[in-house]
Design a protein around this ligand. Structure first.
Ligand SMILES: NC(=O)c1ccc[n+]([C@@H]2O[C@H](COP(=O)([O-])OP(=O)(O)OC[C@H]3O[C@@H](n4cnc5c(N)ncnc54)[C@H](O)[C@@H]3O)[C@@H](O)[C@H]2O)c1
Length: 384
């Protein structure tokens, strides 16, 4: 099958930039796709980070330390940008103005003002496809939950819980990095870092929180600064957001949690939906297992647990009996983004997080900060 090659530039060659390189390198994993990303240029302010690409990605033709030089390269069609949050606003806007499609990392701006500026650039350049990274909904178990919601299985929703939990920060000897500083990660703290992952499916389902009562915690006050001293941790470690969802049809509580310090959890993303006719749960903690509980009046209330086959939005060479993992979800997300560049939105099995969903997450995080400050429930106005 002839494939449309999409020439990519990567801005930010750290943890996530390399994940894209790995996904692009195993594109043969995907069956029946007529598009393929090719990383031809990379940029990092730190030349050492870009060096990894030179050593491992043979398609790289150009290496830059100034992203503006990369954007001036007319042969580049699209950009993956994975840089600290304080840089999203300036770099994303320049990418969009340069007319290059963008898969940007969340949270899409360090705060709501930065996000608004990015949204304005998107509106001014409607031909540029802009999406946010959010890979977890591509896990087959999460796709099963999406299918059940789309089939309207749940009846009246009783409550929803969604979260994303880590635990490596439980170790106080872990050195400080940009994610613990307000200047680079933002006042949102763990919400900016983890929150769009948590809100992606609820917002996709149309479950917008009408209000939020936030409980934000700072747990480890200081960390080694890497120079023999200690540095203050400025950002929120954990967030519990108790929200009320009001749709045209129903109203229910939704508890969202984003935790950098959840003992025992390495990268646990989960969603639980309880309904009067059907309940379902999925967590990447047990990545193969999906649980569901169908209920008929007076009937037995029994959870069914099954191993979901390896089957996500895009068909792969892997047989259904095998296991799906984090790097598979990244590959699927990249397939969705490239598919949208080449074929547009219609026909997409499941699309990447949209700028509207990223904007919605900023409304929730900003209201959560207000709730934390006042100790009261903050109303979220979706009309403005
Ligand atoms: N989708 C996910 O699962 C996931 C996971 C982790 C991080 N992230 C997001 O990815 C983004 C980057 O996080 P990371 O963990 O990869 O960080 P990182 O620190 O590993 O990498 C960031 C890179 O950006 C480079 N950089 C800094 N300033 C630059 C500039 N002006 N021009 C070019 N490069 C510059 C740094 O040198 C570094 O190599 C953040 O938005 C973060 O929230 C997403």
């Amino acid at each position: 099958m002839e494939k449309k090659i999409i020439r990519f530039g990567v801005i930010g060659c750290g943890l996530m930039g390399k994940e894209f390189a790995s996904a692009a390198a195993r594109w043969c994993h995907l069956n029946h796709v007529d598009f393929e990303p090719r990383i031809t240029a990379v940029c990092d302010a730190n030349p050492e980070a870009a060096r990894w690409f030179l050593d491992h990605v043979p398609t790289v033709e150009n290496v830059y330390t100034d992203y503006k030089e990369l954007l001036a390269n007319d042969s580049i069609d699209a950009i993956y940008c994975a840089v600290p949050h304080n840089l999203h606003e300036g770099i994303y806007i320049d990418i969009i103005r340069a007319g290059k499609h963008l898969l940007g990392e969340k949270p899409f701006g360090i705060d709501r003002g930065a996000n608004a500026a990015i949204q304005a650039a998107i509106k001014a350049h409607p031909d540029v496809i802009v999406r946010s990274s959010s890979e977890f909904p591509f896990f087959p178990g999460a796709q099963q939950i999406v299918k059940w919601v789309n089939e309207d299985r749940f009846g009246q929703i009783i409550e929803v819980e969604a979260g994303f939990w880590h635990s490596s920060d439980l170790d106080p000897s872990k050195p400080i990095n940009w994610k613990r500083r307000i200047g680079t990660n933002g006042e949102y703290g763990c919400m900016g870092d983890l929150g769009l992952h948590v809100l992606h499916l609820p917002l996709r389902f149309g479950w917008r929180p009408a209000n939020v009562r936030a409980l934000l915690s700072k747990i480890i006050p200081e960390r080694p600064d890497g120079k023999g001293g200690m540095a203050a941790c400025e950002t929120w470690d954990n967030a519990i957001l108790a929200c009320e969802v009001k749709t045209s049809e129903q109203q229910f509580p939704m508890v969202l949690s984003m935790k950098r310090i959840a003992p025992g959890h390495a990268n646990s993303w989960f969603i639980r939906i309880q309904g009067t006719k059907f309940s379902a749960e999925y967590s990447t903690k047990n990545p193969k297992q999906v649980s569901s509980l169908p209920y008929e009046q007076g009937g037995v209330q029994a959870w069914h647990v099954y191993d979901v086959p390896y089957k996500s939005a895009y068909d792969t060479i892997t047989g259904g009996i095998f296991e799906f993992g984090f790097s598979d979800s990244i590959l699927q997300m990249w397939a969705a983004f490239c598919d949208e560049i080449v074929h547009g939105k219609s026909g997409l099995a499941f699309g990447c997080a949209t700028p509207e969903e990223a904007e919605g997450s900023h409304r929730v995080f900003t209201a959560a900060l207000e709730s934390q400050r006042t100790g009261e429930t903050a109303v979220i106005d979706w009309r403005e």
